[in-house]
Write a protein that binds this ligand. Sequence first.
Ligand code: UDP
Ligand code: MG
Length: 322
Amino acid sequence: MMSNLSKSVTIIIPSYNEEASLPHLYEALKELMDSMPTYDWEVLFINDGSIDKTLSMIAALYKNDNRISYIDLSRNFGKEKAMLAGFDYCKGDCAVIIDADLQDPPYLIKDMLKYWEEGYEDVYAKRRNRGKEPWLRKKLSMMFYNMLDRSTRFEVLKNVGDFRLLDRKCIEALKQLRESERYTKGLFCWIGYKKKEILFDRDDRKYGETHWNFWQLVGLAIEGFTSFTTVPLRIATVIGTLTALGAMIYLIWTLIKVALWGDPVAGFPTLISVVLFLGAVQLIAIGILGEYIGRIFIESKNRPVYLVETYKSRNIDDKASR
Ligand code: UDP
Ligand code: MG
């Protein structure tokens, strides 16, 4: 343990099946920590139910380096929940969240710490590019961010991931947000505090493979909307009202037409398309309702967000009020 005067920094690393990148990550972090010995470092791995050698590798690192701590969750809970576990257990005066796959360059932590020392409380890394992603995914994700931004009261940051430094203040704030359906990217914006952006080029994943498929990304997007805004519900209301208005006008027009010119029976195609269209709109509206009700259902059970199998740690005094 170092002098009591030095500030402590926790590096939070959610890890799921990362056996391929862990050794490289550790090398990079070790280099960084050794180059800044004035800080008290803690590296907090959260093993999110990995089914490869990740846990035993982390345990080996823990044996060799007393700056390392780890939490082993009881199963795979997903990165969002693993991050909350990280906030709950981190001891640092500030914490940096970083992916295990080295897509977030550890050298940026130096710059983050510099801004933190200047008084910023949430120093986030913004991607200058989005790497080699499919064109459609990029377009869709831009659309998603724009829509979410317009429908919330706070600013939703685009091209910003979870890679950031958080002051103890922010960590304590995030620990209070215990919803189990988590959209952490939004929560960072929601809490506010003094923010500072730094730009970087995000590399493609070098080791192992991504854990997100298209549908999981769609799921995350829906999560983003339903946990931060009720605008979709209002859209359903607006569409319903507009359709009702249109139907009224059409009804009046039909009545006038029948009164003036009689009623030659026609218009089966129009009829069937109107019925189908309205049916579809209703189903969509019910679907939107369902998304929200589903969330109410899940949150109302009030289950713990994650469960811990083991927690190992030994450095820096416990500064968190757990
Ligand atoms: N991760 C996790 N639990 C999961 C999936 C991913 O803790 O269920 C971790 C993963 O080990 C990595 C980070 O979250 O450290 C980001 O995952 P990934 O690289 O697959 O996502 P991407 O970079 O493609 O957004
Ligand atoms: Mg990645």
